[in-house]
Design a protein around this ligand. Structure first.
Ligand code: ADP
Length: 480
């Protein structure tokens, strides 16, 4: 039976992106459509949505919301394959430079912004005459949707057959706000209780999703277990343990129409497993762009990442002196916390021939760095899935990662003896273990035959969305 699915997300590639959530929201829908389902997407209309190069039209529909005096309106665009992407317009809330706020911060009116968005989604569905079997919500910005459906909209016949799946892309971002903000959501005081949306005296959008959605998922099998522990549960572990029979882990896929060195238009030269030698042009591109001075055999290491604590940047900082002693080059593309930004900036100032830092979000440079580098470093403290390491595999750029979350599921430790495996992993989040793992990688890099085998192993991995989409369908159907 064909399912009617609405995917709701605060960011969807190519319309708006700050991280992996956008990649998933842009790539899962085409995979679901290929499997024959009616999938539509809905997100806010930001200024950056116009830069996606897709036609955007007004549907001339005003959205009046029960909990808000202000109105929104509805626009429409498309993802590839003709998938409708509905855009909720409210200039007061969404016509801003950043999606959430300056990197690392949230706008002070985030409650209103995303409560408004969540209610507008439900009103948009009715206006569009679309009765979804499933509303697939993603991260805290959409956490109130399941709550509204089971409170304000409980008796609304339009939604009598609609189930919800709430996907956790990162439990570290919870949308917790002072209790006094509750009235801005349009929800009653009665929901401010332990088995409601109260969380240590605050209201929590994320907890709303976790408590009220019919089914829960997260973006890797390992993370679905880790979030049930005190170490990585961010205080939500008790709730997740209670709901564990309805919590599933599905590893994200990769959109190989965007991330494939054979066809990538953004990189200096295209290459694949049979034309691996062409990768050197991508390396030369980086050497030239960043004015690096390398030996012929100096490996280029890279990080393309949000510069947040989650990403284990402190391990790199601690390892700096040891890294300085190696014959390596390191490129960092990232934005985030000021202390990390200034650390990398200073490092590249001290060693301009070997270290380069670009403190901005630059999609196209991300592709070039991934293609031209030899290794990708991801020493994350936690990693729900992580996409960059899966992209790196496809580009023959060997991941050196911490064995946590999706990194654990998507990278297999390489053994030079058997020739099996795709990268290097360390368990304990300490600089000395990271360095040990990197050392193994560097020794393999010295043996070009072994290294080639390792690159080819990674490039042969198939992490396409098809398998993940099939697993999501099973979940949509499993919703009680
Ligand atoms: P997260 O979602 O935690 O940020 P992921 O690895 O799942 O991490 O996804 C990050 C995505 O954002 C990848 O597509 C990565 O290449 C991209 N990315 C992160 N920082 C930058 C940046 N500064 N410039 C370009 N792309 C970036």
């Amino acid at each position: 039976m064909q399912l009617k699915i609405l995917l709701v997300s605060a960011e969807v590639h190519p319309f708006a992106k700050t991280g992996g959530l956008a990649d998933v929201s842009g790539a899962l829908p085409p995979a679901l459509k290929k499997l024959g389902h009616d999938i539509r997407v809905i997100m806010p209309k930001y200024p950056c949505t116009a830069k996606a190069g897709r036609k955007i039209q007004s549907l001339r529909i005003d959205l009046k919301l029960p909990g808000f005096s202000q109105k929104g309106s509805l626009f429409k665009s498309e993802l590839s394959g003709g998938i409708p992407v509905y855009l909720i317009k409210h200039d007061g809330y969404f016509k801003r430079k950043y999606i959430y706020g300056k990197p690392g911060t949230d706008y002070p009116d985030s409650v209103e912004r995303f409560a408004f968005f969540s209610q507008a989604v439900l009103e948009a569905i009715k206006n569009l005459d679309f009765k979804p079997d499933i509303i697939h919500c993603n991260d805290w910005h959409t956490g109130l949707i399941p709550v509204y459906l089971k409170s304000l909209y409980r008796k609304d016949p339009w939604f009598s057959h609609t189930k919800t799946l709430f996907s956790i892309h990162n439990l570290g971002y919870q949308g917790n706000f002072p209790h006094s903000h509750l009235k801005k959501t349009g929800l009653g005081e009665s929901l401010f209780r332990e088995d409601g949306i109260e969380f240590y005296g605050q209201i929590s959008f994320l907890k709303g999703g976790l408590m009220f959605a019919d089914t829960l998922s997260t973006v890797s099998p390992a993370y679905s277990q880790e979030i049930q522990t005190a170490e990585l549960g961010f205080g939500m572990e008790g709730i997740l343990q209670k709901r564990s029979s309805r919590l599933y882990g599905i590893l994200n896929g990769v959109d190989y129409s965007v991330w494939n060195p054979k066809i990538d238009p953004l990189i200096a030269a295209n290459y694949g497993p049979k034309s691996l030698s062409q990768k050197k042009h991508c390396r030369d591109d980086l050497i030239k762009t960043f004015s690096l001075r390398l030996n012929k055999k100096t490996p280029i290491l890279c990080m393309i990442t949000r510069l947040s604590e989650q990403k284990g940047i402190d391990l790199i900082m601690e390892a700096k002196d040891a890294l300085d002693e190696q014959d390596i080059s390191l490129l960092i593309l990232g934005t985030g916390s000021a202390q990390y930004e200034s650390f990398f900036k200073q490092w590249s100032r001290d060693r301009p021939d070997r270290i380069a830092t670009v403190l901005k979000f630059d999609e196209s440079l991300g592709h070039r760095i991934l293609a031209g580098s030899d290794m990708l470093l991801m020493p994350s403290r936690y990693e729900p899935c992580g996409l960059t390491q899966m992209y790196a595999l496809k580009y023959g750029t060997v991941p050196v990662v911490r064995a946590v979350g999706g990194l654990k599921n998507s990278v297999q430790e390489f053994s030079p003896e058997t020739g099996k495996g795709t990268g290097f992993k360390f368990k304990t989040p300490q600089a000395k273990f990271f360095l040990k793992s990197l050392q193994k990688a560097l020794s393999c890099f010295d043996q070009s035959k072994t290294w080639k085998k390792l690159m080819l192993n990674g490039m042969a991995k198939d992490n396409s969305w098809e398998s993940a989409a099939k697993q999501y369908l099973r979940l949509y159907r499993k919703s009680p």
